[in-house]
Every structure is written in structure tokens, then in C-alpha cells.
Design a protein around this ligand. Structure first.
Ligand code: NA7
Length: 559
């Protein structure tokens, strides 16, 4: 099927100038829309509603600044795994031309500077209310309005409610017995103190070896007197080969922004590269090795794109997995550590594959120990440190790099009550059930940007966000033009979509990993349902476009 990706996923309505007199803070007058969260999604959604549709919208943001995940995740080594020229908005040519990234993979402070620049450049702060945590939202069917209450007790009403709360924003802090008794300081990477943490001269423990732990461990090891890494599941990681961007590359990225955007919107993961059209299983061993070797040298998530059967065929995947295992064994000098790090229980990239800067090399430092929690589990946290079945590790600082209650965590922290008085928590008791990740039946005029059931975390997120926001904006514009007040996903459409999401995951190796956060398995008690849509970003865009073209098939629109 042909997909036109030279433009945003949806046709953009003509730009209309907002009426400045409409921007006021009188809570008694219903707004057109309330947006929860001022990260990549919330800011772009505000821009679209205000600048394209001339609507009155307000963003409510819990943090003291804009930036969403990049406001909170300030741990040492925090940087993006997407390449900088793809981890940005593409909706404004001027913005593309004027912003300059410094590195292949930008660090957290640089991304936060970018998002602040966007907020200033488009005067978004006028309609963003910081330090405002939304506690509940209730749909008033009589008035056809969402009634939103903040933790401070302020009440807002709006026709549309749009959640832009992020997929990886609700910290997963394991309930470890004894944590209260710990005499040192402990931190979760996603709630890092703004003043930073001084590790010098300290005995530090890091629990977790996902993307975050793998970024933080080398940086902490350089500062700390001693670092102990507590690993539950060994992980693959590809060298990032981060470096400053050359003037030539910066120029290339600006001059070819249309093509880069087209590539991102017409492939599986919304990255600015394509998955090679060849199979590992059908490639000669020597050729395969040299392809892997070249990708290893180049670094980054492109390694995953070397062959198109890596996530479909276990034997093909094993060739990549074995290559990486050999690299770990060749890098880590201590054979015990090397064995713990390279005994990996899942296919490559079936969990989110990290990329790193000298992660495995860090285990060659004399001040770094590694504990295999599969062999010697944590029993409790003590006053002095961490007690495993093999003994106590004394620590001054403990870092939880233990991830997030992904995709649904932040949404379900808000008490969201739909038209029948049922809450999202009740509706999603057996797992999230959405239509296209955009809407849930029973919750009219509620949109979830990159919600469960959309490609979201399987993608480079900014393009996925732009596509969702464009779709939502066009949908709202359509309702307005047609003089309609409400849109709601149909039960059948949501049920069919859940099946489609499951089928897409089951067609890949992603669904084979039973302990991944894609399934919610990292949070005790969370229903285990594969949450993101794994059918590919381009295919998803095409489905969304078809739904629009077929008069919002699967949705009910009404006055
Ligand atoms: P992840 O990828 O969820 O990684 C969390 C890590 O913490 C992982 O190694 C977990 O082991 C470990 N973990 C979690 N709970 C525990 C307990 N109770 N005990 C020991 N170890 C534990 O989160 P990240 O923050 O690294 O990355 C999240 C995403 O952010 C990333 O994919 C990017 O998209 C950005 P496990 O594997 O569950 O055995």
C-alpha cells in the first residue's frame, strides 16, 4: 500500500491566528481543551490547538518546568538513544533550521534546553501552568465537558481532555523490605535531584541494568570510590559511538530534513534509517559477521536494522545475539564478570536494546563489582546497605535504575472517570483496552497521546508524537467543522484493536519475553498484556489515515 509521508500523517488545516483575548485564566469559562503534561507531546498539542485551530487550550504540568521526561530524568549519563537529528520536532522548518545539536546522542541538559527553546519560541508558556498535578478528571455527560481537578483543588472544565503524560514517567521503585532503614541516601533515576548527587569518595550501589543503568554505570564508576552493580537480567548493549556532530553532518541534516522525515515516517521504528532488506538466516556466515562487525563499529540502534528477520526468527536472532555475546566476552577481562554479563536469557532486541558508552569496559575497573541477583537475590535493604543471599554489601548511596510503570502508570495515577461513572482503572483492570491507542470506549473526547495500543515506545518517540498530535488535531477540527460535540471509540473497534495489537506482537519475538516492561511484567500485580503496537509505525500511520478517510470508522461522533 502506498503511504504519502512527505507530509505529516494528516492534512493540516489552514493556520488560524488565535484570539489573544481568549487566553485568560478564568476557570469558570470552559476551555476547549486541557492537556496534561508539558513534554514533547503536550507542548506540540498545545501549539496545534492554539495556532492551527485557534482554540483555547491549557497545559497542566506537575513539574516546575517544561520538558516532561527530560525534566525529571537527570541521572548521570542521561542521554537519548535516538540520534539528535531525529529526536526533535519536524513540524517547523524554521525550528529545524535554527536549532543546532552538538552530539550524535544529545545529553539530557541539551534536550531540556531544546524543549525550553521550543516553549519560548512559540510562546507556549502563556498557556502552560506549572507545578500543577492533575488528580482527577470526570466526564460530565450532561454538560458534555471534562471536569478536571488538580491536587491544589483548582477545578477546570474543557470540551476535550488530552493526556500527554509520557510512556515512561511513573517511576518503578521496587518494594524492597528494609528500604526505610537504609542509613545512606537512595535515589530513583527518574526522580533525580536537581542539584545532582556527589558520588566522590562514596560506596555506591546501582540496581538495574536496563537502558538507564547502562548509561549511568560508567559515569558513576568514574566518580565513586566503589561501585557495586546488582544485575537481575543480563542485557545486550551496542556501543553508541557518540561523538560531536561535524559541520558537514549538521548541514546534511538541515538540507535533507524532508527526506529524513520521510524515512522516519515510512519505516518500522520511526528512526532515520531503514531496516536492511535481507535475512540473517539466508546470509553466509562470513558475510553476516562482516555486516555485524560494520554495524558494531558504526554503533547505535542501527545494529538492529542489519537484517529484517532478527525479530521474526529465533535462529536469525541467535546470530546477532551470539555476535554480541562474543563482544562482551572479548571486552570484559574478569571471566566471572564476563560470564554473568553474557548469560542473556532473551533474544536480542526482544526487550528494549540499550546502547552505551563504555558500559562493558567499565567492569574492567578495579572499583567496580558485579552481583548476579539470579544466583544471589536481594533479601532486604539494611541500615548499612544491601543484603543478598551471599552477604551484605555496605553502601553510602543506592541508585534504583529500575525503570517505570510503563505506558499506563502515569495515566492510572489520575482518577479518570468516564461517562458511565466507571474509571479507567476499572476499565483497564485486565490490561489497557484502547482503539488505536487514541481513545478508550466510555471516555468521550478523551485522547491519549502515544497511549497503550499505539507504536509509541517501539518508536523513536518524537515522530510518533507528531503523528498522534496531528491526528487528534485533525479529528477535533473535523468535529468542529461538522458541528459535532463528541467522539468516542466503539467497544467493537477497541476489542478488535486489542486483538490486532496482540497479533502484531505475537508475530514477533517481542511477545516471547515474559519479563519485559512491554508486557507490564516489571511491576508486581500489573496485568500482563503486550501494550505497544508492534505492527510498525508506517503501517500504523496508514491504518489511522484509513480510519479518518472512512469517516472515523470505529468511532461514534455525535452532537
Ligand atoms: P528498564 O529497561 O525497565 O530496566 C530496569 C532494570 O531494573 C532492569 O535491569 C530490571 O531487571 C531491573 N529491576 C527492576 N526491578 C528490579 C528489582 N526488584 N530487583 C532487581 N532489579 C530490578 O528501565 P530503564 O529505566 O533502564 O529503561 C526504561 C526505558 O527508558 C528504556 O527502555 C528507554 O526507552 C528509556 P529485569 O530486566 O526486570 O530483570
Amino acid at each position: 500500500m502506498k503511504i504519502d509521508q512527505t507530509q505529516p500523517a494528516q492534512t493540516q488545516p489552514a493556520q488560524t491566528q488565535p484570539d489573544p483575548s481568549l487566553r485568560h485564566s478564568d476557570n469558570s469559562v470552559p476551555l476547549d481543551a486541557i492537556i496534561i503534561g508539558a513534554g514533547f507531546s503536550g507542548m506540540y498539542q498545545l501549539y496545534c490547538l492554539r495556532e492551527r485551530l485557534g482554540m483555547r487550550a491549557r497545559v497542566l504540568e506537575a513539574g516546575h518546568g517544561v520538558g516532561g521526561t527530560w525534566f525529571w530524568n537527570r541521572y548521570p549519563g542521561a542521554r537519548c538513544d535516538s540520534e539528535s537529528h531525529s529526536y526533535m520536532y519536524y513540524f517547523s522548518k524554521d525550528l529545524i533550521d535554527e536549532w543546532e545539536w552538538s552530539e550524535r546522542y544529545p545529553q539530557q541538559p541539551e534536550i531540556l534546553r531544546y524543549l525550553n527553546h521550543v516553549a519560548d519560541r512559540f510562546h507556549l508558556r502563556d498557556d502552560i501552568q506549572l507545578d500543577t498535578r492533575v488528580q482527577s478528571a470526570r466526564f460530565d455527560a450532561h454538560q458534555q465537558l471534562w471536569v478536571v481537578t488538580t491536587q491544589q483543588g483548582a477545578v477546570f472544565t474543557a470540551r476535550f481532555l488530552i493526556t500527554a503524560v509520557g510512556c515512561l514517567s511513573s517511576a518503578n521503585i521496587p518494594n524492597m523490605p528494609g528500604l526505610d532503614s537504609f542509613g545512606g541516601n537512595w535515589f530513583h533515576t527518574g526522580q533525580w535531584p536537581h542539584e545532582g548527587v556527589d558520588f566522590s569518595g562514596q560506596r555506591v550501589g546501582v540496581i538495574g541494568t536496563g537502558s538507564t543503568g547502562i548509561q549511568a554505570i560508567p559515569v558513576i564508576a568514574e566518580q565513586a570510590a566503589h561501585l557495586t552493580v546488582f544485575q537481575r537480567t543480563a542485557n545486550y548493549s551496542i556501543p553508541a559511538r557518540n561523538a560531536p556532530l561535524t559541520p558537514e553532518f549538521k548541514q546534511y541534516a538541515k538540507q535533507n530534513s524532508d527526506e529524513i522525515r520521510y524515512t522516519m515516517n515510512s519505516n518500522t521504528n520511526a528512526h532515520p534509517f531503514r531496516i536492511a532488506d535481507r535475512r540473517a538466516a539466508q546470509t553466509e556466515e562470513a558475510d553476516r559477521q562482516s555486516i555485524y562487525e560494520a554495524a558494531w563499529k558504526k554503533g547505535g540502534l542501527q545494529f538492529r536494522a542489519t537484517f529484517d528477520d532478527l525479530l521474526l526468527d529465533e535462529a536469525a536472532n541467535a546470530t546477532a545475539a551470539n555476535f554480541i555475546r562474543e563482544k562482551i566476552l572479548a571486552t570484559v577481562a574478569d571471566p566471572v564478570k564476563a560470564e554473568i554479563l553474557s548469560t542473556i536469557d532473551h533474544p536480542f532486541a526482544a526487550k528494549r536494546p540499550p546502547i552505551d558508552s563504555f558500559y562493558f569496559e567499565t567492569y574492567n575497573r578495579t572499583n567496580v563489582d558485579l552481583i548476579d541477583l539470579r544466583a544471589t537475590p536481594i533479601e532486604r535493604i539494611t541500615e548499612r546497605g544491601v543484603q543478598t543471599s551471599a552477604g551484605e554489601v555496605e553502601l553510602d548511596i543506592l541508585v534504583f535504575a529500575t525503570g517505570f510503570d510503563a505506558m499506563t502508570g502515569s495515566l492510572l495515577k489520575i482518577q479518570i472517570e468516564g461517562k458511565n461513572g466507571r474509571t479507567l482503572q476499572e476499565e483497564w483492570r485486565a490490561g489497557p483496552r484502547t482503539y488505536l491507542g487514541l481513545q478508550t470506549p466510555g471516555f468521550p473526547n478523551l485522547f491519549t497521546i502515544t497511549g497503550p495500543g499505539s507504536p509509541s515506545v517501539l518508536c523513536n518517540l518524537p515522530p510518533a508524537i507528531e503523528q498522534h498530535v496531528n491526528w487528534i488535531t485533525d479529528c477535533i477540527d473535523h468535529l468542529r467543522r461538522e458541528n459535532l460535540n463528541l467522539i468516542e471509540a466503539n467497544e467493537d473497534a477497541a476489542n478488535d484493536w486489542v486483538e490486532e495489537v496482540n497479533a502484531a506482537a505475537n508475530a514477533t519475538l517481542l511477545a516471547k519475553v515474559k519479563h519485559s516492561w512491554y508486557l507490564g511484567a516489571n511491576v508486581p500485580g500489573k496485568p500482563q498484556v503486550f501494550m505497544p503496537y508492534a505492527g510498525g509505525f508506517a503501517r500504523y500511520i496508514d491504518i489511522c489515515n484509513r480510519v479518518t478517510a472512512n469517516h472515523y470508522e470505529g468511532f461514534t461522533r455525535s452532537r
